[in-house]
Design a protein around this ligand. Structure first.
Ligand SMILES: *Cc1c(COP(=O)(O)O)cnc(C)c1O
Length: 365
């Protein structure tokens, strides 16, 4: 079947299951909220969620649309991590998803639309992320008001870490502040609500205590936000394409738009059937990026184009049209890691995988 693909991503479901065990080992009795937003970080929402279903107690998505897609496949509780738009609140309440609340007004609105009983909410507190949540100084007073609203049941209280892979001292301080707020809210309002804060970097490096739920994302896919933990994880995705042409180019030939690469000698150049429309970053042009052909690194030459890109295969014997090429992943002893692509493209690993295009089939192995 995959013989027909030009550019595809192979997803190793057993790697996903191994990575989820790594999370489990680090979080004691805490629950795992598996973050599967953005098409499970580009890996395929429904298949990934099914592979994690026995190990995850709940799932996290970015928005209502993703929650609806996931609900069609699985019965687990689903938390919507982003803010709801006004048009979405009644559907969220009706379908029983767990919205994330940053203001009293949002909670009030959910209480109003949740006519048939209590809607569970995630009460978010801003302890430094500056993106969502009640500012920490107001958390106690807003929380008291929200928990008194009709039809509202507090599922959990949470915050988010902005520098858990960049500033350990700030992160430790933030976790202490959050712990203190959790104790205050629990003392002020009785209830069995849970607390959560750790994403992947937190789960790896700041997992004592793990609180009641962890929200693991990228590490499930086998990519560590902290290089020192990469060896614990197995990348689940191998991103592949095929050689579409092989041509012998004379010395002095120019390659691709801008003519930024001029062959310094006679070269054998392969044209690959993948480009930036498949999600391969244009910013990898002329950044010493490479791909793997039969387990050997071959340099990308010239600029990446929309549907095609060129590599130097002068040193590889017997290269043929149709041969498989690894854009990201391992082949033999060589690896092109997501971290390597991200670094060369001046971006982050999360962006590399979530931008892999919709015309790239995900093939589950
Ligand atoms: C995306 C997201 C996560 C997961 O982050 P990773 O770094 O991928 O583990 C956790 N919590 C929230 C609120 C998120 O938006």
């Amino acid at each position: 079947m995959k013989e027909r693909y030009r550019c595809w991503a192979e997803i190793d479901l057993s790697a996903l299951r191994d990575n989820v065990k790594v999370v489990r080992d680090r979080i004691g009795a805490a629950e795992l909220l598996a973050v599967v937003k953005a098409n499970a970080y580009g890996h395929g929402l429904v298949d990934v969620a099914k592979a994690l279903a026995n190990d995850a107690q709940l799932f996290g998505v970015a928005n209502l649309e993703e929650a609806i897609q996931l609900r069609a496949a699985l019965p687990h509780p689903i938390m919507i991590l982003g803010p709801a738009l006004p048009e979405e609140t009644s559907t969220i309440a009706e379908r029983g998803f767990i919205p994330t609340i940053s203001t009293f007004e949002e909670a009030e609105e959910f209480g109003r639309v949740a006519r048939d009983g209590a809607i569970p909410i995630n009460f978010k507190i801003d302890t430094g992320m500056g993106r969502m949540g009640v500012p920490e100084g107001d958390a106690l007073s807003v929380f008291k008001k929200v928990s008194g609203l009709p039809n509202i049941k507090i599922h959990s209280i949470s915050t988010h870490l902005p520098v858990s892979n960049e500033d350990a001292a700030y992160t430790r301080d933030q976790l202490q502040r959050f712990g203190k707020i959790v104790r205050q809210l629990r003392a002020a309002v009785p209830g069995d609500f849970k607390a959560h804060v750790l994403q992947s970097a937190g789960t790896l490096a700041f997992n004592d205590p793990p609180f009641d739920i962890v929200r693991a994302g990228i590490m499930l896919y086998g990519i560590s936000p902290l290089p020192e933990f990469q060896k614990l994880l197995k990348p689940a995705m191998t991103w592949k394409t095929r050689i579409a042409l092989v041509r012998d180019m004379p010395k002095g030939s120019s390659i691709s738009y801008g003519r930024t690469f001029i062959a310094p000698r006679k070269m054998r150049i392969a044209t690959l059937s993948a480009g930036y429309a498949d999600g391969y970053p244009w910013h990898l042009s002329n950044r010493d990026a490479a791909v793997l052909v039969r387990g050997r690194r071959c340099a990308l030459v010239g600029r990446v184009t929309m549907d095609l890109m060129m590599i130097d295969v002068s040193k590889i014997d017997n290269v043929k049209v149709g041969n498989e090429v690894v854009l990201m992943g391992s082949d033999g002893n060589e690896e092109i890691s997501c971290a390597e692509l991200a670094e060369r493209a001046s971006t982050i690993a999360w962006e590399i995988i979530t931008r892999i295009g919709s015309r790239v089939p995900r093939v589950f192995v």
